[in-house]
Design a binder for this molecule. Structure first.
Ligand SMILES: Nc1nc2c(ncn2[C@@H]2O[C@H](COP(=O)(O)OP(=O)(O)OP(=O)(O)O)[C@@H](O)[C@H]2O)c(=O)[nH]1
Ligand SMILES: [Mg+2]
Length: 318
């Protein structure tokens, strides 16, 4: 029988099966044949084949994993392996805030890079737009839009922008990712008022959020009709993920990182020294020229330099 993984830990997974029964499943033989490079063998959104338990219909064993359409991962520093955050999704919503927790544009840049590397369309979802927006933050948000990323601004608190978000989510499977405390679970609660996820206040001590959500989990939402112009029956699948303190890239070479900066990539290769240009000091470097001319923003260029450095040194900053 087939099913979709709703959530789970290292050993036990909730699988919503084709007969509409959600079973708690272990992996038969403890290991799946296909995947052993990941920290966790399965993620929310994975399709699996299971054998229901003969004695207890609420239990089962996972026999195999169906090939993934895509997977959103990050490098888990402590586990020293890539960690699956979600599988088989249509879009990744990179959730950020102008403040509370403090705005961290490089965190967003890394999520955008990892999404592009996985061939999944990223959307930047800026929550807490009820808070005052600093001019630096405003510039960065506008810059992402200028270079072609889809941006959506909402407030889970006031409801602003939520109809537009609901319309984008309808009929699709999306993942919410971002720092702890940006309001990922709060947004889910506003989209479907029959869902009540735990949300947490920001930790005073760190101003970073307290990791309220501890496991990635797939929800079948019934979007509130008030968000859909009174239309009932609109649905959306959302994978809510736990906030991470650091989003460390997985599987991207330092030399390739520049190609994931959408506004820089088309210029790479046009420098006088071609592909061997390091974009640091060469005469005839078209990338540096574009930075000086303001075609590429200094902020994004610095983000590129720093992320490249992080990959080379393994010294990842918050
Ligand atoms: N001002 C304001 N606060 C918000 C908004 N949305 C959420 N919050 C608050 O932000 C805090 C964190 O919200 P959560 O939904 O728990 O954040 P999260 O991203 O799910 O956090 P983790 O589960 O730890 O990753 C809570 O105190 C919310 O009430 C908003 O739009 N505006
Ligand atoms: Mg949460």
């Amino acid at each position: 029988m087939q099913g979709i993984v709703i959530g789970g830990s290292k050993n036990i997974f909730s699988v919503e099966c084709d007969d509409n029964v959600t079973r708690q499943c272990t992996i038969k033989g403890k290991k799946l044949k296909t995947e052993d490079r990941f920290y966790n063998p399965l993620a929310a959104g994975d399709f699996v084949n299971i054998e229901p338990d003969e004695k207890n219909n609420e239990l089962g064993q996972i026999i195999s994993l169906e090939p993934r359409k895509n997977a959103f991962v990050r490098w888990n520093v402590k586990g020293r392996a890539p960690q699956l955050l979600a599988a088989n999704v249509d879009r990744i919503f990179c959730v950020t805030t102008p403040d509370e927790p403090p705005f961290r544009p490089r965190f967003v840049d890394r999520m955008l890079i990892q999404a592009d590397a996985a061939n999944i369309e990223p959307v930047i979802l800026c929550n807490k737009c009820d808070l005052p927006i600093d001019s630096d933050v405003d510039f960065r948000l506008a810059e992402w839009e200028r270079i072609g990323y889809t941006m959506i601004k909402v407030s889970a608190k006031t409801g602003e922008g939520m109809s537009q978000l609901a319309t984008m989510l309808e009929g699709k499977r999306s993942v919410f990712a971002g720092q702890s405390g940006v309001g990922k679970s709060s947004i889910v609660n506003v989209l479907d008022s029959s869902v009540v996820l735990k949300t947490g206040s920001l930790s005073e001590k760190y101003g970073r959020g307290t990791h309220t959500t501890t496991r990635g989990m797939l929800y079948h939402l019934r979007l509130n009709e008030s968000l859909m112009d009174g239309r009932m029956g609109a649905t959306a699948d959302i994978i809510d993920t736990p906030g991470v303190r650091r989003f460390v890239l997985d599987g991207i070479d330092a030399d390739d990182i520049i190609l994931y900066f959408r506004e820089i990539a088309p210029i790479v290769g046009t420098c006088t020294f071609g592909m061997s240009c390091t974009h640091t000091k060469e005469a005839g470097c078209r990338v540096l020229e574009a930075v000086h001319a303001g075609v590429i923003s200094e902020e994004r260029f610095e983000s590129y330099e720093r992320i490249k450095e992080e990959i080379l040194t393994g010294n990842w900053k918050d």
